[in-house]
Structures are given as structure tokens and as C-alpha cells.
Design a protein around this ligand. Structure first.
Ligand SMILES: [Zn+2]
Length: 299
């Protein structure tokens, strides 16, 4: 534990390199290009933001991009990870390899009073409760959890044994994401949407109260060329959903209401499920419905 003593011995001020090769800008990752949404989603104090997705969907990368976005000289950011997935110069990153160390590290970090704490993953009741506690005592906590979407975070935390009170009073935002393949720009073949595809997109729009503008929009088939190894896709981009916990949603959580009810309420507000951002990216020609279907099983 000597390395931990060294780490905790000083007060750390984070200065992330503006252009770190491993940390992409949030918008480049596919986060909806809306500064206000970013501010509403992440610029909080006294709260917890959780990024939720299955393994391998880019949660950690998003987490670091958010940190980069929030970074400011004088802001003190500490991360506790298991293991450290991306090394960033200037960041106080603590790597732990056993559960007890994780809890101890988190408690020690809290005494150091950083502004922002990045907790690699909430995986059990104990880490969840300490993260909540940190969020209630002046810190901004960013973490990830393994669930299918932003709403299911509530179910998962309930199952871990986190109280409705702690959740409703502490969680500010939950974000979920998936990585979809980008069309290869070198070989994508442009065509009109079929009537069936248009009807499908409009039906999603109606279901989630979104107006998709199909006028003059084309789509692309993945073809395949040398550049993309014959698959027609090259690189990946995130599709996102964001649940900002407003008063009404907090009330439902604190009353122990079902996630179905919470989802209904969320739909009345700004919450739009993953498929909505996915379709926006299809309409922007970044990916296509086939890829969205492969990822989300939309049909
Ligand atoms: Zn290609």
C-alpha cells in the first residue's frame, strides 16, 4: 500500500492535456451535439451521474470525455479504477485490485475532498452506497454500471439494496449508450429510403413523440471495399440516451414506483430511448438501419 500513501500525500490538481490521443471529445463519440444537454447532463455538484451499458459499449471512454469536458485548472479530480483503463497525464488515478481496497480507497479519497470523483464501476451495495454518500457531501461522482439502459439503473441499484431515498436525492443523470458501426465513406452506396423504412421511422417518431424530418433524406447501403476489409463499415460511433432526474422522476423513485412508470414519466420530458439517437444518426448518413437493427433489434 506504499503507492497509495504516496498518492494520497499531496493535493492533486488535474490538468488534462487538451488533446489526449486516447480521450475523444464527447461529440466525436456521438453524444448529441447540444451544449445545453451536456451542461444539464454533467455539470453538477452534490450528485452522481451514472453511465450505463453492457460491457464493451464504450462507457469508460465516455466517462473520460466527460472528465475532459469538466476539467478546469483548480478542479481536483480523482479516479478509482479496477483496473485503470486509460492513463491520463496529470490525473490522480488510483488502481485497486481487491474489493476491500476499493472501499478503503474510496473512503481515503473522500477525506482528501476532491471536487470530482470518478468511480470506475458501481458493482455492489457497498460501492454504490459510498458513491451516493460522496454525492451527498459536496462531491460530483461519475461512475458506470452494467445495465441495458438509463432507466434500468434504478432497478439495478434497488436490487443491490440502495434505498429509494438515496437514489432520488443523489442521482442527477443516467446515461446509456451503444456503439454502432459507421458506414465506410469510401464505399457506402446512396439510395432513397424505401416506403417500409420511412413508415418504420415515422412509427418510432410517433411512439416516442419525436419529429424525424425525412424530407430529402437519403440512406446508404454498406457495400465493402479494400479500405473497410469488405464489410462496408469503418470505425464506430456511440448512440446515446439521457435521463435527467427531474422533480417528478425523483418523486416516483422515492415512492418506490416501477421502472415502467418512471419510463412513462421520463418520456413526457426530455428522455428519448437509444433508438431515437440511432435513427438521427441514420438520417445523418453516419450508419444505417441494418446496423441499428443488428445492435438494438429494432424490427
Ligand atoms: Zn469501404
Amino acid at each position: 500500500m506504499s503507492s497509495q500513501r504516496n498518492i494520497f500525500g499531496e493535493k492533486f490538481v488535474l490538468r488534462l492535456l487538451k488533446k489526449n490521443a486516447d480521450v475523444q471529445e464527447l461529440f466525436e463519440l456521438g453524444f448529441p451535439n447540444d451544449e445545453k444537454l451536456v451542461t444539464d447532463s454533467f455539470d453538477k455538484r452534490n450528485s452522481v451521474t451514472i453511465i450505463a451499458a453492457p460491457t464493451g459499449e464504450g462507457k469508460t471512454t465516455t466517462l473520460y470525455s466527460v472528465i475532459q469536458k469538466l476539467n478546469d485548472p483548480g478542479i481536483n479530480i480523482t479516479t478509482i479504477e479496477e483496473p485503470v483503463e486509460i492513463r491520463i497525464p496529470g490525473l490522480n488515478q488510483i488502481e485497486i485490485d481487491a474489493k476491500t481496497d476499493f472501499i478503503d480507497s474510496l473512503r481515503t479519497v473522500l477525506r482528501q475532498d476532491p471536487d470530482i470523483i470518478l468511480v470506475g464501476e458501481i458493482r455492489d451495495k457497498e460501492t454504490a452506497e459510498i458513491a451516493m454518500q460522496a454525492g451527498q457531501t459536496g462531491h460530483y461522482v461519475l461512475s458506470t454500471i452494467h445495465t441495458i439502459d438509463a432507466i434500468e439503473v434504478i432497478t439495478r441499484l434497488r436490487k443491490m439494496g440502495v434505498s429509494n431515498y438515496d437514489m432520488s436525492s443523489t442521482i442527477a443523470t443516467t446515461v446509456s449508450q451503444r456503439l454502432v458501426r459507421r458506414l465506410c465513406k469510401n464505399c457506402a452506396r446512396e439510395r432513397d429510403f424505401t416506403e417500409k423504412e420511412k413508415n418504420f421511422i415515422n412509427s418510432i417518431g410517433e411512439k416516442y413523440n419525436v419529429k424525424f424530418d425525412l424530407a430529402g433524406k437519403k440512406t446508404f447501403d454498406n457495400v465493402g471495399c479494400d479500405k473497410c476489409n469488405g464489410v462496408g463499415y469503418y470505425g464506430r460511433i456511440g448512440i446515446f440516451e439521457i435521463l435527467i432526474l427531474d422533480e417528478k422522476i425523483r418523486e416516483l423513485i422515492s415512492q418506490g414506483e416501477s421502472t415502467l412508470k418512471i419510463k412513462e414519466q421520463a418520456m413526457q420530458g426530455n428522455y428519448k430511448p437509444l433508438i431515437v439517437d440511432g435513427i438521427n444518426k441514420v438520417l445523418d448518413g453516419i450508419t444505417n438501419l441494418d446496423e441499428l437493427n443488428r445492435k438494438l433489434r429494432i424490427y
